[in-house]
Design a protein around this ligand. Structure first.
Ligand SMILES: *Cc1c(COP(=O)(O)O)cnc(C)c1O
Length: 232
């Protein structure tokens, strides 16, 4: 049996120590518990332990968990997977924050659907493919300002920051340049200023590399296996 509560405490401990190393306050760093492939009853114990956000990467799975979870209103639901335009409507029904917006079409569709659903504001992050791996989704860094320009008329959309995935490295230290570049990109965009943009969140760092991400300024960590164990 995997002891998710013990794992959670270990992760919190590691976050505290990494934050301390760089003089950051751990309270400014939030864990998004990545619950893909994890049953609803395995997640529940974490809710009273202080877990405030779950992250799902498939709409279907997220929807069925959302419907089943008695605790669903006690946490935020974050969508972290690749989002297809034909899934936007469903996604908006549950997601408090979408980490993975990476095209003008997607922004426009979110705007359209948000109007129809009479939503106030949809909070999103832009996914950036810093490492330029062909297998990863995300905008090229140079495309991000263009997308922020295109988002200006979309008054239902609020871009609250940036997200990236680093390539897997045996030595997590090697991911540092990726995280650093995302932070620098964020700072640059903040300087420029865009109407539908607030530089609030850097979503970066997973099980293998979250401590390096913290040192580089991450404030949303997406952590799965360190909490729930490795899954198939
Ligand atoms: C699965 C997943 C994670 C978590 O990965 P772990 O290595 O299990 O911590 C983070 N982000 C995204 C986008 C994922 O799909």
């Amino acid at each position: 049996m995997i002891d998710v509560l013990a794992n959670w405490d270990v992760v919190q401990d590691r976050i505290n120590r990494a934050a301390e190393r760089v003089g950051r306050s751990p309270e400014t760093i939030q864990v998004v518990a990545v619950t893909k492939g994890v049953a609803e009853d395995q997640i529940e114990p974490l809710v009273s332990r202080g877990m405030r956000a779950v992250g799902e990467n498939r709409i279907q799975e997220a929807m069925s968990k959302y419907r089943a979870a008695a605790w669903r209103d006690q946490v935020e639901w974050h969508f972290i997977g690749h989002l297809q335009t034909n899934k936007v409507r469903q996604c908006l029904q549950l997601a408090d924050l979408i980490h993975s917006v990476d095209s003008p079409r997607l922004i426009e569709e979110i705007q359209r659907r948000a109007e129809r659903l009479e939503l106030d504001q949809v909070r999103v992050l832009l996914q950036v493919n810093i490492s330029r791996e062909a297998t990863k989704f995300g905008l090229k860094p140079a495309e991000v300002p263009m997308l922020l320009e295109e988002a200006i008329p979309c008054e239902k959309v609020l871009v609250e920051g940036l997200m990236t995935m680093a390539p897997f490295e045996e030595d997590p230290e090697k991911t540092r340049p990726v995280f650093r570049q995302l932070r620098l990109l964020g700072e640059e965009l903040k300087q420029k200023g865009f109407p539908r943009f607030e530089m609030k969140y850097l979503s970066m760092g997973m099980t293998n590399d979250f401590e390096v991400a913290i040192e580089e300024g991450a404030n949303l960590l997406r952590i799965g296996s360190a909490i729930f164990g490795r899954r198939a």
